[in-house]
Design a protein around this ligand. Sequence first.
Ligand code: ATP
Ligand code: MG
Length: 383
Amino acid sequence: MKEVVLVRYGEIALKGLNRAYFEDTLKNNIAKRLRKFKDVTIKKAQSRLEVHFTESAQEEIIESIKNIFGIAYISKALIVDSDIEQISKAALSLYEEGKSFKIETRRGDKNFYLKSPEISAQVGAYVLSNSPCAKVDVINPETVIEVEVRKSTYVYKQSYKCRAGLPTSTGGKAALLLSGGIDSPVAGYMMASRGVELVCVYFHSSPYTPQEAKQKVVDLAKTLNDFAPGVSLYSVPFTKIQESIIERCDIKYLTILMRRYMMIIAEKIARKNNAKALITGESLGQVASQTIESIYSTNEVCKMPVFRPLIGFDKINTINIAKDIGTYDISVLTYEDCCTIFTPKHPQTRPKIDLVLEQEEKLSDIINEYIEQAVKDAEIIKF
Ligand code: ATP
Ligand code: MG
């Protein structure tokens, strides 16, 4: 009888021929997270992953991996040979004296000589006969002890529901425009839940924006990394571009021009990282820069698909997710960001593309150089 952490996955099970690839990716993602535990090994076993350990605490292992996308449930399990006596002993060791209980059996190995109800009955009888105060309650038990008969057998009573989704990187890679706001971390989370690996891109207006504003984005990216291992963050200096827009262009177009240059730079960073799409936290109609006309204008500069998972979302929905994933409290810390610092009083809410291009023309002699410089000067933070 040995303690293991048992990992069960959700949607991967549906992936047919690609299944091994999804399983191996999840296994690698978990392994990376558990590298700090020197005594841990991970084994693949019939639609499950077993995390074996000798000295580390089971709870600490679970804590380190419970948010990773691709995991549906984690259980603190005992693993025993598929033998009714050993299974019974394991169940008894999990049983807490005095509580009503029920044994629930699933049989992955149909060749096992007993059927599921027979296993439950025999294991239940063993627990009853070895604990004087035990009582069975199949309708409303205080404890459910689960038995999964496979090549080996798992016996457990405590499972944690995890986030499911797909293992990170099975959905490719995308660049997330990550501001310090509430929306973009949620957008990143949603795409990451589909297996997308994230390269975050943050534009700062140092020295106008304080160091704390950047720290906030670092903390947001770190939180996303908890769900989708392998997040990196590019912190891109944007001040020079902003200043030149303000100097030369009609201030009404500041926001839309900024957005376009952000997309251009993000796309370049995406390409450098072999990412194939961009992600933003835009939601239709939320602010001046998120009308259909504005989105049309910003979208017009990119070749890559731009994913906007929040486009039809109510702010309330977004806030609920942000709270659930732990980004909300970070996002609501208020520091100046590059978009609030020079915001025009009356932004152009329905910009016409030819007028936008006319404004951009005023920067044509310098902007390419500034864009290249911004990409070059970006600071890269890995988690
Ligand atoms: P958020 O809450 O994500 O900041 P928002 O509601 O404030 O969004 P906007 O400020 O219009 O909306 O930004 C729209 C999107 O543009 C953001 O969701 C984000 O993807 C991107 N974006 C805005 N500012 C920045 C920035 N400084 N760095 C990186 N991306 C940004
Ligand atoms: Mg914002």
